[in-house]
Ligand binder design. Structure first.
Ligand SMILES: *Cc1c(COP(=O)(O)O)cnc(C)c1O
Length: 395
């Protein structure tokens, strides 16, 4: 089928929940993808920070093929070898002790909210259940995680929402302190906000959150579904700030494209979950965790974290040069290869124009362009992308 045929049948048979561009991606290799008409694109979307190791990374392809020939799925009633291996790599490279696997970012955050409540009720008191999240955050689309998401547009039409959530502005420690009440049990935030406009947490804020949490006996949960796994130039974004959170969630890039999420916690917190307290049929199944081991190994062994830091800095520099040329660019910001350009005008036409010219870009809200290429992107590919963007700005 060509683009037009796929789009037509898609409109007929698939629910209308996404604002999609009129094209279908049918093939990918590294930082390139091809649509159903055979046109090639430079991919600075990466499936929204999923393809951190690039498309069809040979290690991931090989791991999935080998695992598919051996065992696709078995229940968590039994131990699963690749799941154990992936948990071990995550624990050995982070501040956490135990891992629970699930299928998505929303499910990981749902698990984090449940773990925080379970822990708080056991250790802090029956009346501790409230979670404070940040305005402009994004935590997922289940009822609990969309409620945790501090943006009204995601709440509309789904009321009544679950109880027990409070919101505070990001990067404002005084406001957070004021939001803490007698029922608060945890603070949850993205160290670098993604969907909400690519907004890095300030060092004094993230450090301050840790201190506030310690002082008030609250759990500190970081949602690294988007900013984790090398995206910001460290393996985990919290590592920029010299703090250790109590709980972290991962998903997007964890399986190199295979659907997997994870919830990590410090030993004492993780122990609040006992057999029967939480579960997921597909969570951490052999196929996706084999992919995860391969993807994470590639990130760690192929210099992708350092490349993310280095090329990310170069991308920001190149975009700063554009800012001096185009006065509608208000700000360039980000960490590593999670970069945003805030504009004084709507960016949707720029995204569409770049797509026509062979560059896939993403927005983060109406006014921010978001750049999330694979972590092994090269300086040359950044030059190509910025040249296309410049043409799109000019037209
Ligand atoms: C994408 C995202 C989620 C939701 O992940 P899904 O896999 O779509 O459920 C949660 N938190 C953050 C920070 C995200 O970027």
């Amino acid at each position: 089928m060509n683009n037009e045929e796929i789009v037509a049948e898609g409109k007929k048979y698939v629910m209308n929940t996404y604002g999609r561009l009129p094209m279908a991606i049918v093939k990918g290799k590294g930082a390139s993808v091809w649509d159903a008409d055979g046109k090639e694109y430079l991919d600075f979307v990466s499936g929204i920070a999923v393809n951190n190791v690039g498309h069809c990374h040979p290690k991931v392809v090989q791991a999935i093929a080998a695992q598919a020939e051996t065992l696709f799925h078995c229940s968590n009633l039994y131990w699963i070898e690749p799941q154990v291996k992936l948990a071990k790599i995550l624990v050995e490279n982070s501040a956490f002790d135990k891992v629970f696997f699930c299928n998505s970012g929303a499910e990981a955050n749902e698990g984090a909210l449940k773990l925080a409540r379970k822990y708080a009720k056991k250790h802090l008191g029956e009346d501790k259940y409230e979670i404070i999240t940040m305005k402009k955050s994004f935590h997922g689309r289940t009822l609990a995680t969309l409620t945790a998401t501090g943006q009204d547009k995601f709440h509309k039409g789904y009321e009544p929402l679950p109880e027990g959530f409070q919101y505070a502005p990001f990067n404002d420690l005084d406001a957070l302190q004021e939001a803490i009440g007698p029922h608060t049990c945890a603070v949850m935030l993205e160290p670098v906000q993604g969907e909400g406009g690519v907004m890095p947490g300030e060092e004094s804020f993230i450090k301050g959150v840790r201190e506030l949490c310690d002082r008030h006996h609250l759990l500190f949960i970081v949602d690294e579904v988007q900013c984790g796994l090398g995206r910001t130039g460290k393996l985990f974004a919290y590592q920029h700030y010299g703090v250790e959170p109590d709980i972290m969630t991962l998903a997007k890039a964890l399986g190199g494209g295979a659907p997997i999420g994870a919830l990590l916690a410090k030993e004492e917190v993780a122990n609040a979950f006992q057999p029967g307290d939480h579960a997921s049929t597909f969570g951490g199944n052999p196929l996706v965790t084999a992919a995860g081991v391969a993807a994470l190994t590639a990130i760690l062994e192929e210099g992708m974290v350092d490349n993310s830091a280095m090329v990310g800095e170069y991308l920001i520099h190149k975009l700063e040069c554009l800012r001096h040329k185009f006065d509608f660019i208000k700000e360039v910001r980000g960490k590593g290869l999670l970069v945003g350009v805030e504009c004084a005008k709507e960016v949707a036409p720029v995204v569409a124009s770049c797509q026509e010219k062979g560059l896939l870009l993403l927005s983060a809200g109406p006014h921010v362009l978001r750049f999330v290429p694979p972590l092994n992107i090269t300086f040359t590919q950044v030059d190509q992308a910025v040249a296309i963007l410049e043409q799109a700005f000019d037209s």
